[in-house]
Design a protein around this ligand. Structure first.
Ligand SMILES: [Zn+2]
Length: 172
């Protein structure tokens, strides 16, 4: 497989979004189909790049379908429930996260409940709020301090590998 030109892939998606006529493509499904067809018709992308662009677009479409709670549902092959996402199953992700509630704690019930609520309402497995114990953070850099909080950046941290490819978002 040749090297995929990620910048060009994202530029093509952005250009397709800019071409949307909101009078014609007036719901998430029509917008999805228009963007998909625009990507497929773009001659500057290779077939592999078009496939990658469509996968990115599908992920975005999954989030929109779930947040709007509309769209064609499919039967998940793992839990047999009707889910909206095509790249994953929102119920399997939620079940997995719930099964892990007892395996972590921030040490503060309010924070735990907030993170649990965010996890249950997550729209995409790569956008899940997660508790990261301080000891798991590496390469911590204090960017600024002010008021009652500090803004930090960090590099590597240890995560629990999952079949969903769940990432983590740092909250302060
Ligand atoms: Zn499922």
């Amino acid at each position: 497989m040749s090297t995929l030109r990620e910048e060009l892939i994202h530029a093509t998606i952005r250009r397709a979004i800019l071409l949307i006529d909101y009078d014609i493509h007036n719901n998430v499904h029509k917008k999805y189909e228009f963007i998909k067809q625009t990507i497929l018709a773009d001659s500057s992308l290779t077939n592999d790049e078009k496939n990658k662009a469509i996968r990115y677009h599908n992920k975005s479409y999954d989030m929109q379908k779930i947040s709007c709670n509309e769209g064609t549902k499919r039967i998940c092959e793992y839990c047999n429930r009707k889910c909206l996402a095509t790249e994953y199953c929102e119920y399997c992700v939620q079940d997995y996260l719930k099964s892990k509630f007892s395996t972590w704690t921030s040490g503060n019930n309010d924070i735990d409940h907030l993170i649990q609520k965010c996890q249950i309402e997550a729209l995409h497995p790569q956008m899940i709020v997660d508790w990261i114990p301080y000891n798991n953070l590496k390469n911590i850099k204090y960017l600024t301090k002010g008021g009652f909080r500090a803004l930090i950046s960090f590099g590597n941290y240890q995560t629990i590998p999952t079949s969903f490819g769940i990432g983590a978002v740092s909250v302060l």
